[in-house]
Design a protein around this ligand. Structure first.
Ligand code: C2O
Ligand code: CU
Length: 554
């Protein structure tokens, strides 16, 4: 259906304190004035969830309860995906991961453990980290791309003594009605209002992890919304909650963004930039100064990414419009603060002492099975040539600092997310992936393959832009590039728990054993679910093999 942009107001998502119980429920929601109601999922609301607010170092306990009923995207539940059964259509599993949180292994929402209708986890969030805009979302193996698309996602504001969330915050950040979450998600709707999570070039069943690109943009659950703004400075907490689409945001009148933070907290000082890239899973914290504008002036938030996934082989038009701001009246006088945490946070520049204890090469590659290659679309990505469920699992040690050289040999960009760790981007080095592949032919799928790639450089090492210098939990890894990141594993003392404790499968939950057996009632010793995962945050990739487990030894 053709939908008129900027007719529906932006829903302002309420903020509640991170505590108590949240029901994941089914409801109906109108995504656009001219669309019929859509059956949707949300936490305590018909779609998406409230913004949860927590305070640094104050433990939060939250119960999540599955009241989802049948799957709203039942016909798209793919029985060939890991751990997925027919039952997921009528009584879907779910779990919740607090993305960016330093969480105990049994509260991390491990994708191998899920709860069906009537059940649900009770998680403990330590909040032992500086103020940041985290988010919570479903993470159920094999169906998370559908569960999140149906609406199971929300923001989580972690506050501290600098970013208090109140008017009297010491930095001078906009707060209250001038601090607004923007959850950006592209979607495709059928004429009857239902979501269409498949795209024309989707892989056949069994390979369907190439990605989902919608043809309209939703913000906070509404297609192309509009917002009336006052003449003052606003703080937009932007989350890319899309399945697969990266955005390059800009403002239509040429005004800059003042980027004040990324995934895991504030920068040292605002970075003035006309554009900012946000890949699936990433957040940016932006100030926009509407102060100098006239009444009635219109500013559109636009996506000016040239193409969808880092290349132009897919002729799917980029979604250009995102939302519209219209200036109406004066607001409180405000200015962009010149300094943010004043050096009181984690520094934007690398500690001079930084030297990694371990350097790992990790690869992103197309599924390598010559027997099936003809049938397999090159978009089906895997990590290190390994399946998600297997015994070759990376191990690391709490309190250490590593360097990961992530070699993306595929024709797509992939945003990599590592649970528990804090990351920072060191550099990106373009390579000739075909030459790298030819000189180091990979073995068949299932045997680790991760040779160093620096010798195949075809350009010079690029430093990250200034807005990308802060601490991150999700990093864009462009096509045919080595993305070098620093990975810092918190120490046991910082975390306050043992990150390698086996995760007990609580009563009422179901587990997929790490060796692949479904519905493991009793897991043997080497089938224990331990530790964390790292994965591509293109949700369609993560649901299949573009995810790996990692154990963090104390
Ligand atoms: Cu946003 Cu492993 O997830
Ligand atoms: Cu990917």
């Amino acid at each position: 259906p053709t939908l008129e942009p900027f007719v529906d107001p932006l829903p302002i998502i309420e903020t509640v304190s991170a505590a108590g119980e949240l029901a994941a429920m089914s409801g109906t929601h109108r995504y656009h004035r001219d669309l019929p109601e859509t059956r949707s999922w949300g936490f305590e609301r018909p779609v998406l969830g409230p913004t949860l607010e927590a305070r640094r170092d104050q433990v939060a306990h939250i119960g999540f309860r599955n009241e989802l009923g049948t799957h709203v995207l039942a016909q798209h539940v793919d029985l060939t995906m890991h751990g997925v059964t027919e039952l997921d259509r009528t009584d879907p599993r779910f779990t919740v991961h607090l993305h960016g949180g330093t969480n105990r292994p049994d509260s991390d929402g491990h994708p191998l453990i899920g709860w069906r209708n009537g059940g649900g986890p009770r998680f403990e969030y330590s909040n032992r980290q500086e103020a940041a805009g985290l988010w919570y979302h479903d993470h159920t193996m094999g169906i998370s791309r559908l569960n999140i698309q149906a609406g199971l996602a929300g923001m989580y504001y972690l506050r501290d003594e600098f970013d208090t969330g109140a008017d009297d915050n010491p930095i001078g950040l906009p707060s209250g009605e001038f601090e607004i979450p923007l959850i950006v998600q592209d979607r495709t709707f059928n004429a009857d209002g239902t979501l269409q999570p498949m795209v024309a070039w989707y892989l056949p069943t069994g390979y369907n992890q190439s990605g989902q690109l919608g043809d309209v943009a939703c913000v906070n659950g509404v297609v192309w919304p509009r917002l009336e703004v006052r003449r003052t400075v606003y703080r937009f907490r932007v989350l890319n909650g899309s399945n697969s689409r990266p955005y390059l945001f800009t403002l239509s009148n040429g005004m800059p963004f003042f980027a004040i933070g990324g995934d895991l907290g504030l920068l040292d000082a605002p970075v003035i930039t006309p554009t900012i890239r946000v890949s699936p899973g990433e957040r940016v914290d932006l100030l926009v100064d509407f102060g100098p504008l006239r009444d009635g002036e219109v500013v559109d938030l636009l996506n000016v990414a040239l193409n969808d996934l880092g290349n132009s082989i897919f002729m799917i038009p980029a979604v250009r419009d995102i939302m519209r701001f219209t200036v109406a009246g004066d607001g409180p006088p405000a200015a962009v603060p010149p300094v943010l945490r004043g050096g009181a946070g984690l520094p934007d520049t690398l500690e001079p002492s930084y030297s990694p204890e371990t350097v790992r090469t990790m690869t992103m590659m197309g599924y390598n099975d010559p027997a099936r290659a003809a049938a397999v679309f090159p978009g089906m990505g895997v990590l290190n040539n390994l399946p998600f469920l297997g015994t070759d699992i990376d191990m690391t040690r709490a309190g250490t600092t590593e360097r990961w050289d992530i070699v993306n040999t595929t024709a797509f960009d992939h945003p990599v997310h590592i649970h528990l760790a804090r990351m920072r981007v060191l550099s990106r080095l373009p390579i000739n992936a075909a030459a790298y592949w030819a000189a180091n032919p990979p073995p068949a799928f299932g045997t680790r393959w991760a040779p160093p790639a620096d010798a195949y450089a075809v350009g010079s090492e690029q430093l990250p832009p200034a807005w990308e210098l802060g601490w991150k939990d999700t990093v864009e890894c462009p096509t045919e590039t080595v993305t070098r990141i620093m990975v810092r594993w918190p120490s046991v003392e910082e975390m306050g728990f043992d990150p390698d404790r086996p995760v007990a499968v609580p009563p009422g939950a179901e587990a997929i054993s790490p060796t692949g057996m479904h519905d493991a009632e009793q897991l043997s010793d080497d089938e224990q679910i331990r530790g964390y995962v790292w994965h591509c945050h293109n949700l369609d990739h993560a649901d299949h093999d573009m995810m790996q487990q990692i154990r963090v030894l104390p």
